[in-house]
Design a protein around this ligand. Structure first.
Ligand code: ADP
Length: 364
């Protein structure tokens, strides 16, 4: 098979791991990997070139995407998508892997929609990559873990200076439509509060919530550090929020207390970049591997999703407090662990099959 791949939309650390794995696995299986530069724009313009081991040998460690990305608004136009199909057919491509977010996967869906594409023979496979973790039916997308680590590291640093000066910080993180990153990094960094669009709070409620939190910390005494993580998707700009919070605090203290200093840090594109975490390298590599093997098996119009491998249905109950957490009887968990370590459990057998599959790839 000739397997083309592209990265599209917002870049995410770990995309390179997916490109590298798809390339290496394709070569190991005797297929021809082809890279498309600049996402759908490059596809329409015919920016296709074979990928070789040397092209991806150093990719795993690097953030961004070696194939580069682009926005291509013209791809909303069915005629432009037809042009893309023609390019793929001319280059004798059999399968296309689209690595990207919600928009990119939507483009892939339109492009491969039989109602629009007719008898077009190219198989299409999606890999979810989005630091916002805003793609459904996969518990994680590529890039989320690294972005979360970056935010936590930044918040740790901000906490040092905030503690030294008894300051309040509003830390704005990426996430236009989805507050997942803000929520999870607030938990992982021990922030004092989190503001995310899903809560649908009015501007006055947001200001009131931050002020309440600042005054609660002040009442507690000791170090007066407050960190509020705010998702980009909150409509009130961070500087305006700071001014409103300062005004609210001044009003509530009646001008008697020591003024509280609020600062704003917008992490912006810093959150997108950087070396991918070990987990994102693993996730990207495993999704890239599966995408190629699925194409070789004949799969079409599918998205590779990351889900816990154990169906816990009969063994435990899902926690009412967290959809990803199950409560397992301890003895059941320990027996399953024993079987896993003995190589008897389905998971152990699955792992050994996968390791067999991968041997040829590692021998390259
Ligand atoms: P992401 O993939 O990170 O969500 P975008 O939403 O910007 O990023 O989408 C990336 C690209 O995917 C767009 O520039 C466009 O080329 C394509 N795309 C997005 N939405 C659609 C759509 N509804 N129909 C066709 N193509 C789309």
């Amino acid at each position: 098979m000739r397997v083309a791949m592209l990265t599209s939309g917002g870049d995410a650390p770990g995309m390179n791991a997916a490109i590298r794995a798809a390339t290496v696995v394709a070569l190991a299986l005797g297929h021809e990997p082809v890279g498309v530069r600049h996402g759908y724009r490059g596809l329409v313009d015919g920016e296709l070139a074979p990928l070789e081991l040397a092209d991806v040998s150093d990719a795993l460690r690097r953030g961004g995407t070696l194939l580069q990305s682009a926005r291509c608004p013209e791809f909303h136009d069915a005629e432009v998508r037809q042009q893309a199909r023609t390019v793929l057919t001319e280059h004798e491509v059999d399968g296309l892997i689209v690595i990207g977010g919600n928009g990119s996967l939507t483009g892939a869906s339109y492009m491969s929609d039989p109602a629009e594409a007719g008898e077009w023979p190219v198989q299409v496979m999606g890999i979810p990559a989005s630091i916002d973790n805003d793609i459904a039916l996969t518990s994680l997308s590529i890039g989320v873990d690294t972005a979360m680590n970056t935010i936590v590291e930044a918040c740790d640093k901000i906490a040092d200076t905030a503690s030294a000066h008894d300051r309040v910080f509003v830390v704005e993180v990426m996430g236009r439509d989805c507050g997942y990153l803000a929520m999870t990094s607030a938990i992982a960094s021990g922030a004092d509060m989190v503001l995310f669009p899903e809560a649908d709070r009015s501007e006055a409620e947001l200001v009131g919530a931050v002020a309440d939190s600042v005054l609660a910390v002040r009442k507690r005494g000791g170090v007066q550090k407050v960190i509020a993580i705010k998702a980009e998707g909150i409509e009130t700009p961070s500087e305006r929020l700071k001014e409103l919070v300062d005004a609210e605090l001044a009003e509530r203290s009646g001008g008697t207390a020591v003024p509280i200093e609020t600062r704003v840090t917008v992490l912006g594109h810093v959150v997108r970049g950087g070396r991918p975490s070990a987990f994102d390298r693993l996730l990207g590599s495993r999704m890239g591997n599966v995408a190629v093997r699925a194409l070789a098996d004949g799969a079409h119009r599918q998205m590779v999703a990351w889900q816990p491998p154990v169906d816990a249905g009969d063994l435990g109950v899902r926690s009412e407090h967290d959809p990803y957490c199950h409560l397992m009887p301890l003895d059941v968990a320990l027996e399953a662990t024993r079987q896993l370590l003995d190589g008897q459990s389905p998971l152990a057998r699955w792992r050994s099959t996968i390791f067999d599959d991968l041997q040829d790839v590692f021998l390259l």
